[in-house]
Design a binder for this molecule. Structure first.
Ligand SMILES: [Zn+2]
Length: 142
């Protein structure tokens, strides 16, 4: 029997000529701290960066769906975390919006997942979550 010779396919994401591997694999998707395993994804897989060139529509659709769900869950987690930190600090939504920027309705939007705060706001909120005693210094600086 003659072996099947395929032309190698190279990853378009990796600049160093990483060779894609054809196969069916369970793939893990990440959205911030949320992960989901999507079983039996068919396609050309990059062993270096995880990029996939899909060869069937079902795999592509299941990956899209899993990513969408993972991001939804991550946003919900972030929204819940913002609300919990704000309450721990004893701030009303409007007060938090004035203190951290974004306007009086910013925290209402963040906590309903309608908008995402700037990364710097999340860093500051997480810092204050661990060191709530610094709130007065933040107030004085604002
Ligand atoms: Zn790659």
């Amino acid at each position: 029997m003659k072996p099947v010779v395929r032309k190698p396919r190279y990853c378009l994401q990796c600049d160093d000529g990483a060779v894609l591997e054809l196969g069916v694999r369970d793939v893990t998707v990440h959205a911030e701290s949320v992960t989901r395993v999507v079983p039996e994804i068919a396609g050309w897989h990059c062993p270096k960066c995880g990029e996939i060139e899909f060869i069937d529509r079902d795999s592509a659709e299941r990956m899209d769906e899993a990513l969408r769900e993972a991001w939804e869950e991550a946003r919900k987690g972030e929204a819940d975390s913002i609300k919990s930190i704000r309450k721990k600090l004893g701030l009303r939504q409007a007060e938090a919006g004035q203190l951290f920027g974004g306007g009086v309705s910013a925290f209402s939007d963040y906590e309903r997942g309608k908008r995402q705060p700037h990364k710097a706001v999340m860093i500051l909120l997480n810092l204050l979550n661990h060191h709530p005693e610094l709130l007065n210094e933040v107030r004085a600086a604002a």
